[in-house]
Design a protein around this ligand. Structure first.
Ligand code: SF4
Ligand code: SF4
Length: 67
């Protein structure tokens, strides 16, 4: 995983992604919104994206499809 982008204009601060992540990548910024703190631990399970009802999370992968 290269980067986790949070669109804070969409994020409602529901904390679902913070609680869902199996490897605790996110810290709470203090307002329920996630701060990707340990991206190197991310196993790219897509869980945080899946639980986010606001579509506020985008995972940017290391690899790119050439096809
Ligand atoms: S993709 Fe999975 S491991 Fe990575 S931050 Fe999201 S929930 Fe955590
Ligand atoms: S699940 Fe989505 S809306 Fe909820 S705190 Fe995470 S990024 Fe924000």
């Amino acid at each position: 995983m290269k980067e986790i982008r949070i669109d804070y204009s969409k994020c409602s601060g529901c904390r679902l992604c913070i609680e869902h992540c199996p490897v605790k990548v996110f810290e709470d910024r203090g307002d329920g919104r996630p701060k990707p703190e340990r991206i190197s631990a991310c196993i790219a399970c897509i869980g945080c994206m899946a639980v986010c009802e606001q579509g506020a999370i985008e995972l940017v992968s290391d690899w790119e499809c050439s096809g």
